[in-house]
Write a protein that binds this ligand. Structure first.
Ligand code: NAD
Length: 469
């Protein structure tokens, strides 16, 4: 019998089948997760369609109030949710608390947004208005790196716009989402939010379901492409936030006392499992050896361990598959593609821990540079010419984030504008916010998440054109 329940049509539903959830720090099974199947999805979609009609007719101010009530629930259960998140995701408690607070903050931000009618034209002949209607049933499919935050920042704008929302968490991190479902059961009208955990069986059924109007997906580029193909027959609306291989370009004039710790933090946050982490660090030849030495020293000082233990700054990789993938990228380096300055191996015998790893003298052509590692390993790549490094940074098929680091902010900004990424930071990286649109260029995504622009993606614009003559 599973320890958690699905949320379908306002009811907490136990399933016959379940699958184990493993704590990545101990490799112990911590819970049995309910396994939703096709029949559960069909019931959920039916309930969602019914609920959505009433919900869309509910006054906008009332929907805003519901978001505030959800934010209050998150706030009141912050500690509990954060501890559960540590157990299933692995991140240190401090970071888990930040993730839960972030979800609350994003929800309050959305609650403050209006959905105004835009007057396109108003003259003697006609008045043209653009209204924004809900799409119907929206599904959110989320990954395991920020499972709570990403789920909530899809759910909030989706229901505010008047849609019903079906959430499918990642199989290895469903518990926090399911607990959240139980907590908001009495806060959200039945059928407006439904939560279905799966073991990778439900995704294609959701993305091809004729009654689901839109998929908001965050995850890998490969899955994003599969979703686009699968959604084509029913012409799904899509928001795809996909993988990244962010380049950071460090000019020779930086103050390394300030910059080196920041570079380290923006590469190794969440054990490197961040879509917009620094994943390719390009450093000017003049300061290359100094930067490598400083990063290696910082990596050696970090306490790696179980996220529930005091003083731990970096947790394990979230799951076995990712752990093995990162180790295999490191193994390729050991075969002559670069020099491992520190790390380069697993830590301990239990848990998916990898020592923070700094690799020097590595270039494009190595899988560690060309692929998205998504783990605690950073390739540091030498350059001498700025035109050359801009070109190399832009060769990636990804285009999520990038950054430029220099004491000359104006010059750095000019370089930033030449990088082919949805976001380019200057003298920082990875800084996101609910009011800042998040977009992937090239194969890092389609559409936009967050901010007013992201909110509008949960709506269908409708022109009302009124003749005056
Ligand atoms: P993933 O693509 O393997 O899985 C993500 C989700 O998709 C899971 O819920 C999974 O069950 C589901 N899924 C798997 N196959 C599916 C299919 N055929 N149809 C529908 N759904 C399917 O990604 P992951 O490994 O969980 O996450 C890591 C990736 O996510 C990295 O590439 C990372 O860069 C990316 N990511 C991007 C952002 C962003 O905002 N751009 C944010 C976080 C993570």
């Amino acid at each position: 019998m599973p320890d958690y329940s699905l949320l379908i049509d306002g009811q907490l539903i136990e399933t016959e089948r379940s699958f184990p959830v493993v704590n990545p720090a101990t490799e112990e099974v911590i819970a049995a997760c309910p396994l939703a199947e096709e029949a559960d999805l069909d019931v959920a979609v039916k309930a969602a369609r019914k609920a959505q009609l009433l919900w869309a007719a509910t006054p906008y101010a009332k929907r805003q109030e519901t978001l505030v009530a959800i934010a209050d629930v998150i706030k009141d259960h912050k500690e509990e949710l954060a501890k559960l998140l540590v157990q299933e995701q692995g991140k240190p408690l401090f970071d888990a608390l930040a993730e839960i607070s972030g979800a609350e903050y994003y929800t309050r931000y959305y609650a403050s947004l209006e959905l105004p009618v835009r007057v396109v034209e108003d003259n003697e002949r006609q008045r043209v208005e653009e209204h924004r209607k809900p799409l119907g049933v929206v599904a959110g499919i989320v990954p395991w790196n920020y499972p709570f935050m990403i789920a909530v920042y899809k759910l909030a704008p989706a229901i505010l716009a008047g849609n019903a929302f079906i959430l499918k968490p990642a199989p290895t991190t469903s518990l926090t989402a399911l607990r959240f479902g139980a907590l908001i059961q009495g806060v959200v009208p039945k059928g407006v939010v439904q939560i279905l955990s799966d073991n990778n069986n439900l995704g294609p059924l959701i993305t091809s379901h004729a009654e689901i109007a839109k998929i908001s997906f965050t995850g890998s580029t490969a899955t994003g492409k599969a979703i686009m193909r699968s959604g084509a027959d029913t012409l799904k609306r899509l928001t795809l936030e996909l993988g990244g291989n962010d380049a950071a370009i460090v000019l020779a004039d930086v103050d390394l006392d300030v910059v080196a710790p920041r570079l380290y933090a923006f590469a190794f946050s969440n054990a490197g499992q961040v879509c917009v982490a620094i994943k390719r660090l390009y450093v000017h030849d003049d300061i290359y050896d100094d930067v490598c030495a400083r990063l290696a020293a910082l990596a050696e000082k970090v306490t790696v361990g179980d996220g529930m233990q005091d003083g731990v700054r970096m947790g394990p990789l979230q799951n076995k598959m990712q752990f093995e993938k990162v180790l295999s990228l490191i193994d390729a380096v050991k075969k002559g593609e670069g020099d491992i300055l520190t790390g380069g191996e697993r830590l301990g015998e239990k848990g998916y821990f990898i020592k923070p790893t700094i690799v020097s003298n590595v270039r494009e052509g190595s899988p560690l540079v060309d692929e998205e590692a998504f783990g605690p390993v950073l390739p540091v790549i030498r350059y001498t010419d700025i035109e050359d490094v801009i070109e190399r940074a832009n060769t990636s098929s990804y285009g999520l984030g990038a950054s430029v680091w220099s004491s000359d902010t104006q010059r750095a900004t000019e370089i930033a504008r030449r990088l082919d990424s949805g976001t380019v930071w200057v003298n920082q990286h990875m800084i996101l916010g609910p009011n800042i649109p998040l977009r992937g260029a090239k194969q890092s995504g389609v559409g936009v998440e967050n901010a007013v622009e992201g909110f509008y993606e949960y709506t269908s614009p409708q022109i009302i054109n009124i003749a005056k003559v």
